[in-house]
Design a protein around this ligand. Structure first.
Ligand SMILES: Nc1nc2c(ncn2[C@@H]2O[C@H](COP(=O)(O)OP(=O)(O)OP(=O)(O)O)[C@@H](O)[C@H]2O)c(=O)[nH]1
Ligand SMILES: [Mg+2]
Length: 339
């Protein structure tokens, strides 16, 4: 590492500490997700797929109607579900309505294989709109229905296009990543996305989302050639990504280790074309690949961390280099062409 580079890393401690602070502020909170949907709409199947684990029902609290089911996962995430809000409002069950008011997100389930948007469903949705703004319409069982785009259009039209609609199948798993990502976006506004991601079993799609986001940001700030003054913001983005991934997979990441990994990636001897070629070994990353070295570097670092964490590899600089080599070997014909 040169004097100049060393100077650029003076702020590293500050970035790391800021990121850790952000993460720790999330971790002692709780998340409440409320669901509404007909019996059999697939609410339970969907939370299980979303989390990647079986989420069991727990006993009702005193004061709740018998129609409300409660689930608790990992001590931090709470779900409640009910077939509709009608009975609850009729029963004047303030205790239960409170869940729907306080929920961080409400998932409104429709069964694509049933009557989509019955009068009762529309009535429940209207009532819900008056008490919570974070509503996502989940159109489940798309594996058992035809012409999903037409169904989505129909729902849009009859709900005045007010809500996000995510068509899924909790049976086949189709679009579950999309639903998880939507949930993360809504929870991010409440500063609870890292908390949610850390506490669920399904990690991979979240890691991918974060890696893509960070790579995109790095590509934007790093549009000019490296190295130079733009090492600073790119490294800041990478620190943020590293801390989040370590939190997601519940792995320790000391400041010193994070710094070593960032330096090895940005200022190390890995050829720039290596990063570009690593990107090519992952399908579906066209925009990052086109965006240049900064994006490709961030992408490679993120993917290497993800790989190490998912395979229980202790990630030091040497392991990082081996993983970069491994990624390169996936497409041997690409190696060495432009380096
Ligand atoms: N074809 C298909 N079947 C599904 C899907 N999701 C759930 N099911 C089935 O639908 C039935 C109901 O699923 P649940 O997840 O128990 O539905 P629920 O909304 O929790 O039902 P209640 O708790 O009774 O209100 C089960 O037999 C599931 O296997 C799906 O995406 N496609
Ligand atoms: Mg259920």
């Amino acid at each position: 590492m040169t004097e100049n580079n060393h100077g650029n890393y003076k702020e590293f401690d500050h970035w790391y500490e800021e990121e850790m602070k952000k993460v720790n502020q999330q971790l002692d909170q709780e998340i409440l997700i409320a669901m509404i949907g007909d019996v059999n709409a697939g609410k339970s199947s969907t939370i299980n797929k979303l989390i990647g684990d079986t989420v069991a029902e727990v006993g009702a609290k005193p004061g709740e109607t018998k129609d409300v089911k409660r689930y608790q996962y990992n001590g931090k995430i709470f779900f409640v579900d009910t077939p509709g809000l009608d009975d609850i409002i009729k029963e004047h069950s303030g205790e239960t309505l409170k869940f729907y008011k306080q929920a961080d997100v409400v998932l409104f389930f429709l069964n694509a294989a049933g009557t989509v948007l019955s009068d009762g469903e529309l009535k429940s949705l209207k009532e819900l709109e008056g008490i919570n703004k974070n509503i996502v319409i989940v159109l489940n069982k798309i594996d058992a229905a035809e012409d999903i785009p037409a169904l989505v259009d129909y729902i849009k039209k009859h709900t005045k296009n007010k809500h996000q609609i995510v068509p899924i199948s909790s049976k086949t798993g189709e679009n579950m990543d999309q639903l998880r990502n939507k949930l993360l976006d809504l929870l991010k506004k409440k500063k609870k996305d890292i908390l949610f991601a850390k506490n669920i079993k399904a990690k991979s799609s979240t890691a991918k989302k974060w890696i893509f986001a960070a790579s995109g940001s790095a590509a934007t700030v790093g549009a000019s050639p490296l190295p130079g003054s733009d090492i600073i913001p790119i490294t800041a983005i990478q620190v943020g990504l590293m801390v989040k991934l370590a939190t997601l997979y519940d792995k320790p990441l000391s400041k010193e280790r994070a710094k070593e990994l960032a330096i090895a990636t940005v200022a190390g001897n890995v050829g720039k074309s290596v990063f570009r070629q690593i990107v090519k070994t992952f399908p579906g990353v066209g925009s990052v690949a086109g965006a240049g070295v900064a994006g490709a570097m961030t992408f490679s670092l993120g993917q290497a961390m993800k790989y190490a964490y998912e395979n229980n590899i202790d990630l030091d600089v040497e392991a990082l280099r081996s993983i970069y080599d491994l990624f390169m070997k996936r497409y041997p014909s690409l190696v060495g062409k432009n380096d």
